[in-house]
Design a protein around this ligand. Structure first.
Ligand SMILES: [Mg+2]
Length: 268
């Protein structure tokens, strides 16, 4: 393989930049250095509970000033996907939090109890049986079925709680249907981020902490990948899951220091 030069970085956020509200490294200094070195960057997350605007504010709180356009969530990715299928928008049965409802609204979609184009879902931390029953009854009638992502768990300070994937499994079991899932490891989330950044897969490094979503998704998009060991996956997982990142680093400072020394060329 020829020597590859990196000019763009796509970061997963939780477990890479921060854990909940605690930064993992000095973020303001790190991103200032990227600006000085003219490295472009964006952010891609499977979390659908917040909007790109929410993340823009969170990044700004840590001293990273970016435009909303540099941030792609699994909710935005699914909304764009649905817009390509239903260009006029319309009614959906939405199993998700306000962040998801908001991003769908920006794309012309709204929640309705019945007569819907599709059942769509993501992470939702308050639910009752009746709501899931209505979703199941609609699925049994054959309406389309989409989910933002299939992460089984959602990390919190108390430990891992059920994620979007757990909810997806509930609905798939109840309806005996399979949802179309557009989050990582599907490449579409990274493809959309690269579109926003006007970058090319061969020069865009995908950086994440979870092998089966970030790293596999980056590989599916044709990008070089880097695993940082500040989040979910550890070195043993690489062999166990047989998902091999191009680079492995203790944290993003370690990773980006090394790349800067090599003038942003990847080793062959
Ligand atoms: Mg993560």
């Amino acid at each position: 393989m020829a020597k590859q030069k990196i000019n763009t970085l796509i970061f997963d956020m939780d477990g890479v930049l921060w854990k909940e509200n605690t930064p993992l490294v000095d973020l303001a200094t790190l991103f200032m250095r990227l600006d000085e070195q003219k490295i472009k960057y964006g952010f891609a997350t499977n979390n659908s509970t917040s909007t790109p605007e929410d993340y823009r504010k969170k990044l700004a709180n840590f001293g990273i000033r970016v435009s909303k356009n540099q941030i792609v969530t699994s909710g935005l990715n699914l909304a764009e996907h649905l817009k390509s299928i239903y260009p006029k928008g319309g009614a959906l049965f939405i199993v998700g939090e306000s962040g998801l409802v908001e991003i769908f609204a920006e794309h012309g979609f709204y929640h309705q109890q019945s007569s819907v184009l599709a059942v769509v879902g993501g992470m939702k931390r308050s639910l009752d049986f009746q709501y899931l029953t209505q979703a199941t009854l609609l699925l049994n009638k054959g309406v389309d079925f989409y989910f933002t992502n299939m992460d089984a768990s959602f990390p919190t300070p108390a430990g891992n709680i059920p994620g979007a994937g757990a909810l997806l499994a509930f609905l798939e079991t109840a309806s005996q249907r399979k949802a179309v899932v557009t989050g990582k490891p599907d490449p579409s989330l990274f493809n959309l981020t690269m579109e926003h950044l006007k970058s090319d897969k061969s020069s865009t490094l995908v950086i994440g902490d979870r092998l089966e979503t970030d790293i596999l998704g980056g590989k599916n998009a044709g990008c070089p990948t880097a695993l940082v060991l500040t989040g979910i996956s550890n070195r043993e997982d690489i062999g166990r899951l047989n998902i091999i990142p191009r680079l492995v680093a203790d944290d993003i400072v370690d990773l980006l220091d090394n790349l800067a020394v090599k003038e942003w060329y990847l080793d062959e």
